[in-house]
Write a protein that binds this ligand. Structure first.
Ligand code: ATP
Length: 376
């Protein structure tokens, strides 16, 4: 079992004159065998949260429970967790064999032969059997990361903690290792907390994503929930690449007024907005922007500034007022910089946020069931 629970977790660093609240009342539960990704911009408290879970950082207040047992103040080695770091943290003077087996040597009373056979099994699983007698300096970054994973896996812990384990790898290797880590985690069924600032890793790897900002939890949900039903503007802007486009508007009856354009809304949307602030942020994802004829309702005339062909898709950068926005269109569409086009934001795909609080008032409609998860 490996059910991990953070209750009101708080970590405040005292740095001379001021206090830094790195983790702010975090409530997260990761069920046994689940893969949770902690994601957010630099400095949002991801690593500190992970280090608190590992016992590498003392907790200011709150609790950490593993299978209902409080572990908040236990030493790292008493927690039955294995951590994989971004910089691999291998012992440079030890061979791969010794690096992988070291944890077992100091935490168990297994014989040398037993440890050796576990090391060989693990190395085979990670396809690094032929590297066992090499030193870390003789290995590529990807191979070193496999050794670091091997060292975590061999201990068969209750929980894996991974802090940006793929950041030092090139883009192609990162994609391969992403899939391998997912496969390994699924096969082993070990509860995993994985830290990354990369929203693509979060979307593709996690059963659940916890989006953090300024130490606070912004949303905890499946990748699709966070994508289609963001709870606030921060999540909407952070999840999805290229990012969602935002426009400040004011509602007057059934019209949203922007400095440059007006946007007619249906009576259904007016009903949804009843009681909400008049000042709103309209959000639309690049892939939901339609290129239309000029006589279509809500069409906005604009000029294409830059076209970025990606193959299957092209990104069009266009301006409305002084701001630049992005549309993602079929890669076969013939459009070049300087073309005048009309863009339209389909109402069922539009998100609306309270302009002051950033809270979502209306999200895009989806055919799939991606209602927000309620944490127990
Ligand atoms: P990154 O992606 O850049 O690693 P992060 O989301 O992991 O960022 P943390 O490293 O957890 O962020 O840091 C959260 C906040 O706590 C930051 O403001 C950071 O400066 C601060 N912080 C982290 N460690 C310490 C420390 N030992 N002493 C003082 N402040 C710290």
């Amino acid at each position: 079992m490996g059910r991990l629970e953070l209750n009101d977790l708080m970590k405040v660093f005292d740095s001379g004159d001021n206090e830094i609240v790195a983790v702010d009342n975090l409530d997260i539960t990761v069920d046994d065998g689940e893969f949770l990704v902690l994601v957010g911009p630099s400095g949002c408290g991801k690593s500190t949260t992970l280090r608190c879970i590992a016992g590498l950082e003392t907790v200011s207040s709150g609790q950490i429970l593993l299978d209902d047992r409080e572990i908040t103040h236990l030493k790292p080695k008493e927690r039955d967790m294995a951590m994989v770091f971004q910089n691999y943290a291998l012992y440079p003077h030890m061979s791969v064999r010794k690096n992988i087996g070291y944890g077992l040597k100091i935490t168990t009373d297994l014989s040398k032969d037993e440890i050796n056979s576990r090391v060989e099994e693990t190395a085979k699983l990670l396809e690094i059997g032929d590297l066992l007698d090499k030193k870390p300096s003789e290995l590529s970054g990807g191979q070193q990361q496999r050794v670091a994973l091997g060292r975590a896996i061999i201990r068969e812990p209750e929980v894996f903690l991974m802090d940006e384990p793929l950041s030092n790898l090139d883009a192609k290797l990162r994609t391969t290792m992403r899939t391998e880590i997912q496969q390994l985690q699924q096969e082993m069924g070990v509860t995993t907390c994985y830290v990354t600032h990369d929203q693509t890793e979060a979307m593709t790897m996690g059963d659940y994503i916890a989006v953090l900002n300024d130490g606070q939890l912004q949303q905890l949900g499946t990748p699709l929930e966070c994508y289609h039903k963001p709870q606030n503007r921060f999540v909407a802007g952070f999840i999805g690449s290229p990012s969602m486009n935002f426009f400040t508007v004011e509602r007057k009856g059934n019209v949203l007024e922007h400095d440059i354009f007006t946007y007619q809304i249906s009576s259904e949307t007016v009903d949804i907005l009843a009681g909400a602030s008049e000042r709103l942020t309209l959000g639309v994802r690049p892939e939901h922007i339609a290129i239309v004829d000029s006589d279509v309702e809500n069409a906005i005339r604009t000029e294409v500034k830059v076209v970025e062909p990606m193959g299957e898709l092209s990104y069009l950068y266009f301006t409305i007022g002084s701001e630049t926005y992005t549309a993602s269109v079929n890669g076969e569409m013939r459009v070049t910089a300087g073309d005048v086009i009309n863009v339209e934001f389909p109402e069922e795909k539009v998100h609306l946020f309270d302009d002051e609080t950033g809270d979502a008032v209306k999200n895009s409609e989806t055919t799939e069931n991606v209602e927000p998860t309620t944490q127990t």
